[in-house]
Design a protein. Structure first.
Ligand code: GRF
Length: 217
């Protein structure tokens, strides 16, 4: 069967892109990366794509006086490569309502908190400051509001007493690299249904009822 074509949008480091590239290398993975777009030529993640022989494109947001023009250029490039699912992976631009509507339920994002807690930036420090016992990551369908939309998967990680933002970020990132390829796989397999704010996963396994942080002594 034809593999789902992904368009991955990045702004920086690209470790989630790398996780997707590695997942796509498996013969039985139902998706492939058709194109990586960065909004900055300096995005380090572009090298992961180049080294893997994946098409890359740099579309600099600064070249466009208005967001709609930038988003139209993204849209045209994605369509040129016959992309079926757009994956935001550390893409630091808000997309217009028009773009989100055009790619409705074919546009997903990964965020390093348990949304709807801590949308936006500096989320690990904010989680530590709030004293939460768990944080984690979320993969969700994108709606026009920032870090908003139906949730596909979340992974919870404990926030430990000795954590600073970097240590917590590293723990969350490990979970991200598992969650994003999994969410893409489920989408590509046609197992996700969106109803209002809720996403149903066909064939989901039952899971442990609860976990504790800190663990009971
Ligand atoms: C990740 O933490 C992701 O959740 C957030 O931005 C970061 C991107 O990291 N949206 P990378 O570029 O994938 O390494």
């Amino acid at each position: 069967m034809a593999r789902l074509k992904l368009g991955v949008l990045i702004s920086g480091r690209g470790s989630n892109l790398k996780a997707l590239i590695e997942a796509c290398a498996a013969a039985d993975y139902p998706a492939e990366i058709a194109l990586v777009i960065a909004n900055k030529p300096s995005a380090a993640g572009l090298d992961y794509a180049r080294n893997a022989g994946i098409a890359t494109s740099v579309i600099e947001h600064r070249a466009f006086p208005e967001r709609a023009g930038f988003d139209a250029a993204l849209d045209a490039e994605l369509r040129k490569h016959h992309v079926g699912l757009v994956c935001l992976a550390g893409f630091m631009r808000l997309l217009t309502e028009g773009f989100c509507t055009a790619w409705h339920d074919r546009l997903i994002n990964i965020h390093p908190s348990l949304l709807p807690a801590f949308p936006g930036i500096d989320v690990q420090q904010r989680a530590i400051d709030a004293g939460v016992r768990f944080s984690g990551c979320t993969v969700h369908f994108v709606r026009a509001a920032m870090d908003d939309g139906p949730i596909i998967i979340q992974s919870a990680v404990p926030v430990l007493p000795e954590d600073d933002a970097d240590r917590l970020a590293a723990r969350i990132l490990e979970a991200e690299h598992v969650c994003y390829p999994l969410a893409v796989r489920w989408f590509a397999e046609g197992r996700l249904t969106v109803a209002g704010n809720r996403v149903q996963l066909r064939g989901a396994r039952t899971q442990p009822k609860t976990s504790f942080s800190p663990a009971a002594g």
